[in-house]
Ligand binder design. Structure first.
Ligand code: ADE
Length: 412
C-alpha cells in the first residue's frame, strides 16, 4: 500500500492480502469481474463481520463495478485494522470493535441511509432494522442474501408472518456453505478462540457442546480430535442419537454441568446455560458461546449471582460466586471465534463468500422473479463453487464412463 496510510491501516491491508492468497475461488471471481464489471451501477449494503475475509468479498464487489457500504454484524467481531484499510481503499466502513448497542444499530442505519438495492446480511439485523424503521428505503431494495443459520431462521419467521418485503437468498443453506463453514470453520475457529483466550490444554478435558447442528458437530469433532472427552447436549432426539453414535456422550445440561471443564454453546437458542447450571459447575469452568447472538449463556444471571467479577486475561472475565467458585466467561458470551480469535480461516470463507458473490451476480444479471421469501442458492452456483474449490486444491474429479452413465439411467 502507498505511504501516508496509518500503521493500523497498513497492518489491515497486509492481513487482507494474506487472506486473499487463501481465497483462490473468490480471487478468480474478482479477476473475472474486473474485466466484465457485472455489478456496475448497483449499491450493496453489507452487514457482515468486518474481517480480512469480508474485506476480500467487498473489494471484489467494488472491482465488479458495485458500490458497497459495510457495517459490522456483531459489536465485538470487527477487526479495526481491516476497517481502517477498507476505508483507505474506498469502502465506507462503519464499525469499531467493542461498539455499544446504540452505536452498533446507528452504524446499521448509516448503511440503510445509503439506500442499498441489495443487502448482504449475517444474522438479519440489517434486514430487520430496514423493515422496522425505513419503509421508504425498503421500496428500493431488490433482493438480499443471508449468511448464517440464525439469520435464515429469523427471516423465515418474517416470511411466515407475511412481513418480509423482498426475496432473500439463504447463502447459509448452500451445501458448499454449511457443510464446510459451519462444520469445519466453526469447529476450528471456536477452539482457536478458546485457546487464544485461555491457552488451556484441551487434551484430557471434559468439553460440553450444546447443540449438534453443523456447528456443534464441527466443534465436538475437533475437540475430540484434540483429546477431550466430549459430551453433547441436544433437545432433538435424532440429533442426540447421531451424537451418541458418532461416539459422544449425550447428557442434559444439568447432568453435564458438574463435570464439564469447558462449555461451548452452538444452539441458536436463548439461555441454554443459566443460573441452575452455574450453581452446579465446578471451580474454574470455562464458558464460551459459538452461536450468533450473545443470548445462549445467561450472562445477566451470571452477573446477578456472582459476588464479584474481574478481567483476568484479555477476553476472559472471572466471576466469583458466593461459595468461592470461579467461572470464566470468554468474550462476554459473544461468538468466541470472532471475539477472541479471527473467525473462520480464509480457506473456508472462500467458499461461503464465493457463494455470496456468485449469488449477487446472478441476482443482478438474471433478475430472477422470486417471491418475498427465503429462497435457495441455485444449485449450479453451489456446484460451481465446489468444482472450483476442488480444482484450486489440486484434486481431480472422476468422470462417469458412457457405460456407467447408461447403467445408472437404466432400470434394467
Ligand atoms: N463468520 C465466521 N468467520 C468469519 C470470517 N472470518 N469472516 C467473516 N464472517 C465470518
Amino acid at each position: 500500500m502507498t505511504s501516508g496510510k496509518s500503521a493500523l491501516s497498513e497492518e489491515g491491508y497486509s492481513r487482507i492480502l494474506w487472506a486473499s492468497r487463501r481465497m483462490p475461488v473468490l480471487d478468480s471471481i474478482k479477476k473475472r469481474w474486473a474485466k466484465e464489471k457485472p455489478l456496475t451501477g448497483i449499491r450493496v449494503g453489507a452487514c457482515l463481520h468486518v474481517t480480512t475475509e469480508t474485506a476480500n468479498l467487498v473489494l471484489a464487489i467494488k472491482e465488479g463495478g458495485g458500490e458497497v457500504f459495510l457495517c459490522a454484524s456483531n459489536p465485538l467481531s470487527t477487526q479495526d485494522d481491516v476497517a481502517a484499510a477498507l476505508r483507505d481503499l474506498g469502502v465506507p466502513t462503519f464499525a469499531v470493535r467493542g461498539e455499544d448497542r446504540n452505536t452498533y444499530f446507528d452504524n446499521i442505519r448509516k448503511i440503510i441511509d445509503k439506500r442499498p438495492q441489495y443487502t448482504m446480511d449475517d444474522g438479519a439485523d440489517l434486514v430487520s432494522t430496514l423493515h422496522c424503521e425505513r419503509q421508504d428505503v425498503l421500496e428500493g431494495v431488490i433482493a438480499g442474501t443471508e449468511e448464517t443459520t440464525t439469520g435464515v431462521i429469523r427471516l423465515k419467521a418474517m416470511a411466515r408472518e407475511g412481513v418480509l418485503r423482498y426475496p432473500i437468498i439463504a447463502v447459509n443453506d448452500a451445501m458448499t456453505k454449511y457443510l464446510f463453514d459451519n462444520r469445519y470453520g466453526t469447529g476450528q475457529s471456536s477452539i482457536d478462540g478458546i485457546l487464544r483466550a485461555t491457552n488451556c490444554l484441551i487434551a484430557g478435558k471434559d468439553i460440553v457442546v450444546a447443540g449438534y447442528g453443523w456447528c456443534g458437530r464441527g466443534i465436538a469433532k475437533r475437540a475430540q480430535g484434540m483429546g477431550a472427552r466430549v459430551t453433547v447436549v441436544e433437545v432433538d432426539a435424532i440429533k442426540a442419537l447421531e451424537a451418541a453414535m458418532d461416539g459422544f456422550r449425550v447428557a442434559t445440561m444439568a447432568e453435564a454441568a458438574p463435570y464439564g471443564d469447558i462449555f461451548i454453546t452452538a444452539t441458536g437458542n436463548i439461555h441454554v446455560i443459566r443460573d441452575e447450571h452455574f450453581a452446579l459447575m465446578k471451580d474454574g469452568a470455562i464458558l464460551a458461546n459459538s452461536g450468533h447472538f450473545n443470548v445462549e449463556i445467561d450472562v445477566q444471571a451470571l452477573e446477578g449471582s456472582a459476588l464479584s467479577k474481574q478481567r483476568i486475561r484479555e477476553n476472559v472475565i472471572e466471576y466469583t460466586m458466593a461459595d468461592g467458585r470461579r467461572l470464566l466467561l470468554i468474550g462476554e458470551g459473544r461468538l468466541v471465534n470472532l471475539a477472541a480469535a479471527e473467525g473462520h480461516p480464509a480457506e473456508v470463507m472462500d467458499m461461503s463468500f464465493s457463494n455470496q458473490a456468485l449469488t449477487l451476480e446472478w441476482l443482478v444479471k438474471s433478475k430472477p422473479s422470486l417471491p418475498c421469501d427465503v429462497c435457495r442458492v441455485p444449485e449450479e452456483i453451489d456446484r460451481e463453487v465446489a468444482a472450483l474449490k476442488l480444482s484450486s486444491m489440486g484434486f481431480g474429479l472422476e468422470a462417469l464412463t458412457e457405460e456407467q452413465q447408461r447403467y445408472l439411467s437404466s432400470w434394467r
